[in-house]
Design a protein around this ligand. Structure first.
Ligand code: ASN
Length: 320
């Protein structure tokens, strides 16, 4: 009945019909159902691995400064300026004083430039599953994520068999361990801006490691005696691109200050965090965050990330 109304009313003629058309689009509904399973599977895997799930921090005086340019999003609370969370990196690190392993299904706001509307992978409100492990190494995190990815893929297949979701029978279970390619090797093979080509060429997810220090935020740890980081991105096949970033973290005050100065980040904007670091209250750790919408896009074989949310926030546009 409703679908019939849609056909006769020309959805593009009004915003309400466009919204209704999106909410009832079979591809969107399928993706959001897969996403619901995917979040549930991630939570159950991480809890079984001994992780404690924390609730998200939405506003705070400090947030991830990020390496790419985004406009600042902040609100005034009781005459103090609170930033909208761009990532929970600093809260993750501090939470390790309470627990050894933590994760959050974390909504992030990043006011990306309007041209990113057409990349198919950017939303200005998105969700990442963000996790951190006290005394963990980068390799521990990579191993954990490989097993998590396989667990999710198998779980989705099973949910499809039980009729809970609809996924393509072509969806394959990734094979582990994933290949590791350093940033330098990737650049030698495909040239600058290699990510798109690398992602199109591979058949299985690939770790991109050892990113140059200038290309990432200050909090990923510099490998001593080099100009590369002890970090990683996860690149998905079939052109889906980067879905995860993370690494080992800087936790010592002097090193953090050096890195902040190198980046030209204002110390004032991180005052609270820096005071805790000076007191030695940031535990050593490694961690990462993966984009829930991007992972959904991959498992569903969807080109446009806006199809993975009922209310997508497309950069540069007014959205519900
Ligand atoms: N969540 C990422 C990490 O843990 C950081 C980010 O999203 N920028 O490294």
């Amino acid at each position: 009945m409703k679908e019939e109304r849609l056909k006769t009313q020309k959805p593009e003629s009004s915003l309400s019909w466009q919204t209704y058309g999106h909410l009832t689009d079979p591809q969107v509904r399928q993706a959001v159902s897969v996403q619901s399973e995917l979040i549930w599977l991630s939570q159950s895997f991480l809890r079984n691995e001994g992780f404690v799930q924390l609730l998200p921090t939405i506003i705070s005086p400090i947030t991830d400064p990020l390496n790419n340019e985004v406009d600042e999003a902040s609100i005034n609370c009781y005459d103090n300026r609170y930033r909208l969370t761009q990532s929970m990196i600093f809260h993750k690190q501090l939470s390790l004083n309470a627990y050894e392993k933590i994760f959050i299904v974390s909504p992030n706001i990043r006011l990306e430039r309007p041209f990113k509307a057409s990349t198919g992978v950017h939303l200005f409100e998105f969700t990442q599953i963000d996790l951190e492990v006290r005394n963990g190494s980068r390799e521990d995190i990579m191993d954990l994520i490989e097993h998590l990815t396989v667990y999710i893929a198998c779980g989705l297949k099973e949910s499809a068999l039980n009729g809970r979701i609809d996924i393509s029978s072509e969806m394959s279970i990734p094979t582990i361990p994933f290949e590791k390619v350093s940033y330098r090797q990737a650049e030698d093979r495909f040239g600058r801006g290699f990510e798109v080509q690398l992602s199109r060429e591979i058949k299985n997810p690939v770790w991109l490691t050892d990113v140059p220090v200038t290309k990432r935020e200050f909090y990923d740890r510099l490998k001593d005696g080099t100009s590369v980081l002890d970090d990683m991105d996860l690149i998905l096949p079939q052109g889906h691109g980067e879905v995860l970033s993370g690494g080992r973290r800087e936790h010592e005050y002097d090193r953090i200050i050096r890195r902040i100065e190198m980046k030209g980040v204002s110390q004032d904007s991180l005052r609270w965090y820096l005071d805790l670091a000076r007191e030695g209250l940031i535990p050593p750790s490694s961690g990462c965050g993966f984009g829930v919408e991007r992972l959904t896009k991959y498992f569903c074989g969807i080109d446009d990330i806006a199809q993975t949310r009922l209310f997508p926030k497309v950069p540069g546009t007014l959205c519900l």
